[in-house]
Design a protein around this ligand. Structure first.
Ligand SMILES: [Ca+2]
Length: 369
């Protein structure tokens, strides 16, 4: 962590907090709140204390961070991590106990699942492709500019935006601050353990505990990045919408990648990944920084797409969508190199999306890590 920039980031947040305080006071005067049933976590004002202390130790202003949790009303949701841990633990130990003769019945490599039968089939429907083509035309100037600057063909830009956020129409129904805080808090395994259903043996518990330790650390790093991102862009970090695992914006970046690859495309001094003018060049910049060039082989291109999202089915889907967009564009001036839908490979590369596991669905999945 670059602690050198934290005090500045902290001051930026402090300024925002003063504005929030004024707004909050006004809200209290205007609204008469009605009581409602509160969860145990909501009634425990100290549930976030360990996170507050940890962030303060890493250079954030304690009062500011404390206020963020109070003001946001963030509720600890153990199920974000818990559901994933239960699923992974069950899968891990089911595999270990699987009889050899049964393994051949499992359908094997998920990369071989036809796209039409995969969770990506929606994106291959003719009307969705047509929609993406219209979107391409409507945003031709932005897409072409990103192509000229970063070398990523427009059909790949649009294919990724389509799958990541349905061209910006679905940006997640969670809040990144709440999601990442909840996951980071599970560094204290005792807070998560009562919510887990898969810990039926000592070995399962040890496996789950080890996994949670790594992912909680990942979430803490992303939470810190979210605070930096919000501070740098004068945003309220507690209100930024996200996927269930904290990916933000039209291109669904995890916060550390928003910091690393985000581009101020419209020159207003901020990186706003919910704004197309910034999201498109940020996406193209990410791909270029991961090696995208004009003369990529199919394998090289697939490896870069796989980094964006650790799913070989995702890579095939993106390639297939790009092919169809490219074919539709042949009757009009249109950038982009050749592309062919490919089979899959490349297991095990680091993911620009978050590394929890293969995504369970095409949307709201794990983002770049
Ligand atoms: Ca901007």
């Amino acid at each position: 962590m670059n602690r050198g920039c934290l005090p500045l980031a902290g001051r930026g947040l402090a300024v925002i907090v003063h504005v929030w305080l004024a707004t909050l006071c006004l809200a209290v005067l205007v609204f008469t709140p009605h009581s409602r049933a509160a969860t145990q976590e909501e009634t425990n004002p100290f549930i976030w204390q360990s996170l507050v202390e940890r962030l303060a130790k890493d250079g954030w202003d304690r009062d500011t961070v404390n206020f963020l949790y109070t003001k946001s009303g963030a509720v600890f949701d153990p199920n974000i991590m818990g559901n994933k841990v239960d699923a992974l633990t069950e899968r891990r130990f089911a595999q270990r106990t699987q009889r050899p003769e049964k393994q051949s019945d499992l359908g094997e490599n998920p990369s071989e699942i036809p796209l039409e039968q995969s969770g990506y089939r929606y994106y291959l429907k003719p009307w969705v492709i047509a929609w993406a083509r219209e979107y391409t035309k409507e945003n031709q100037a932005l897409l072409e500019r990103a192509y000229e600057t970063y070398g990523v063909p427009t059909e790949f830009q649009v294919a990724i935006l389509l799958v990541e956020s349905k061209l910006g129409s679905t940006l997640g129904d969670r809040k990144a601050f709440d999601v990442l805080s909840s996951m980071a808090l599970t560094a204290d395994f005792s807070l998560l353990e009562p919510h887990l259903e898969s810990l039926t043996s000592t070995s399962r518990r040890e496996y789950a505990k080890g996994y949670v330790a790594k992912r909680a650390q990942w979430a803490y790093t992303e939470l810190s990045s979210l605070l930096k991102y919000a501070s740098a862009n004068n945003q309220d970090p507690t209100t930024i919408p996200s996927s269930i695992y904290g990916a933000i914006g039209i291109c669904q970046f995890i916060p550390s990648n928003a910091l690393r690859y985000g581009v101020d495309g419209n020159g207003d001094g901020r990186v706003d990944l919910f704004l197309l003018e910034d999201a498109i060049p940020s996406l193209a910049n990410y791909l270029k920084q991961h090696g995208w060039t004009a003369d990529l082989t199919e394998d090289e291109r697939d490896k870069i797409l796989f980094a964006y999202n650790h799913s070989t089915t995702y890579v095939r889907a993106i390639s297939s969508i790009a092919v169809q967009l490219k074919n539709l564009s042949d009757d009009a001036p249109y950038s982009g190199g050749s592309c062919r839908a490919s089979g899959i490979r490349h297991e095990g590369y680091p993911n620009q999306h978050e590394p929890l596991s293969p995504r369970s669905s095409p949307s709201g999945h794990f983002s770049n890590s």
